[in-house]
Design a protein around this ligand. Structure first.
Ligand SMILES: *Cc1c(COP(=O)(O)O)cnc(C)c1O
Length: 464
């Protein structure tokens, strides 16, 4: 009896050829070629066969098969990496792609990506050139360094420096700086991976100069300082200044390196934040090698920059691992264009920096404007402007919130959590916050055109 039923259902499954010829497959064939669609049909038919054999279904309509195929076709053919609206107020949001590029950088990427270019070609000499040269002199000018080299990201910059200068030997790091920066980048692990022995000194909250002095021996290759990035030790705390560590490393003939994390090129007082040294200040304080990211507070593409003396940078340049970590032409184009904006004083064209330095009145005006638009489509009394804290992100200034504004929307037909999810799953995902059963849309991180996308997302959600 059961067997009969199974056989019957199996026979009801349409043949592949029939599916491919069916009218209902026509839209699929506009998105996928015949072979691609065949693979999906096979998967869907196999799924149905196992469900029938497993007794999970005892009847079906052919339409369901076309629906299943449609779902798979659409999942396969829709872009996965796509743009979103960042209404979180976190400026350097690692999950949302960190920094957005300045228009000048985007233009440069487009040109270089679509044309032959001087990536490794020296126009003057008519001969082979250096891909690093496009950003090196700019980095030197902006940081005061003698030489610079760039790699894929800051994690690879740190790895490269350790591999070149301390493999087989040891590096001294304060216990207060043995950090993990989100997920897999942990200083002790990267040390091990590079073949460097970690010599930990001091305690979590206090490290003295004598701790470094006592740890120095013939095995020591470097003293390394690491930016604590995403956390702060407050209260009974002491770290040793760069100047003191520089004097000590010089006296002992070891290298003094700093992983600065989020490299800032201009004084942070420009955007009302204090307490973070610029790359230039670290070098002036006597650090031999500074590494930093391109896509955090610098506001450029994903890159790792290493700046320092000719002697040290030349050693990095000739190390074989560099080839494995080198940057792509699009990245170099974006980096060069971004650095030029610093040189011309137009750093406010860089979205990350313009968001961070946006005056409070302007944020208020932006919030009022968005609230006005949303009020037109939301039930009366549900939209208001509120003061909110924004966040720098990217591991910089973890303890300093930025005073900002947000639009609060409290429509009680569904929970704020459900509404947040609906905004997220719309055609252009809107990533917002939710608190006390209201949606919170921070305006600092909105780009031109985002307001209209938000209004559209709300009208879809509220079906108005
Ligand atoms: C962010 C960060 C890194 C990793 O940089 P990526 O550019 O993401 O590879 C390393 N060290 C510190 C201190 C950081 O803040």
């Amino acid at each position: 009896m059961v067997e009969k039923k199974v056989n019957l259902l199996m026979r009801q499954l349409p043949a592949m050829e029939k599916i491919l010829k069916d009218e209902r497959s026509r839209p699929f064939l506009e998105l996928l070629d015949r072979d691609g669609l065949k693979i999906i049909c096979t998967e869907v038919l196999n799924d149905f066969r196992s469900s029938i054999l497993g007794g999970d279904i005892d009847s079906f309509d052919e339409a369901v098969i076309y629906q299943s195929i449609g779902k798979r076709v659409s999942a396969l053919t829709s872009p996965s990496l796509r743009t979103v609206v960042n209404a979180t107020g976190v400026v350097v949001h690692t999950n949302l792609g960190r920094s957005c590029l300045a228009p000048e950088a985007v233009e440069s990427v487009l040109a270089v990506a679509s044309h032959y270019n001087t990536l490794e070609y020296d126009i003057e000499a008519g001969a082979r050139g250096q891909r690093n040269s496009h950003v090196e002199s700019l980095l030197c000018r902006l940081t005061g360094a003698e030489a610079a080299v760039v790699v894929n990201n800051n994690a690879s910059a740190v790895l490269l420096c350790l591999a070149v200068f301390s493999a087989g030997r040891s590096a001294i790091v304060s216990r207060g700086e043995l950090v993990e920066i989100g997920g897999s980048f942990r200083i002790p692990d990267i040390m091990t991976f590079s073949g460097t022995r970690l010599s930990e000194v001091g305690t979590t909250n206090r490290t003295h100069l004598r701790d470094y002095e006592n740890a120095l021996d013939e095995d020591t290759a470097m003293i390394m300082k690491v930016h604590p990035s995403n956390f702060r030790v407050v209260g009974f705390h002491k770290e040793v200044s760069r100047e003191e560590l520089s004097t000590l490393s010089r006296k002992s003939g070891v290298i003094f390196m700093e992983d600065l994390g989020s490299g800032v090129l201009i004084g942070t007082e420009n955007f009302g934040l204090g307490g973070e040294p610029s790359v230039a200040q670290c070098l002036q304080a006597g650090v031999d090698l500074v590494t930093f990211s391109g896509d955090k507070l610098l506001g450029g593409p994903q890159i790792g920059a290493i700046v320092g003396s000719h002697e040290l940078i030349d050693k990095l340049r000739t190390y074989p691992l560099l080839r494995a970590l080198r940057c792509d032409k699009m990245t170099l184009a974006a980096m060069e264009a971004t650095l030029r904006l610093y040189l011309s004083g137009d750093w406010k064209h860089i979205p990350t920096l313009s968001m961070l330095s946006c005056p409070l009145e302007q944020l208020r005006a932006k919030a009022d404007n968005l609230a006005g638009k949303l009020a037109k489509i939301c039930p009366e009394g549900t939209v208001s402007v509120v003061e909110e804290e924004d966040v720098v992100g990217g591991g910089a200034f973890p303890a300093t919130g930025l005073k900002g504004y947000a639009v609060r929307v409290c429509v009680d037909q569904e929970s704020a959590g459900t509404q947040k999810e609906k905004l997220r799953k719309g055609p252009v995902p809107v990533i917002a916050g939710a608190r006390d059963d209201a949606l919170i849309l921070h305006v600092r991180t909105l780009l031109d055109g985002d307001e209209d996308l938000i209004v559209q997302a709300f009208s879809d959600m509220l079906e108005v």
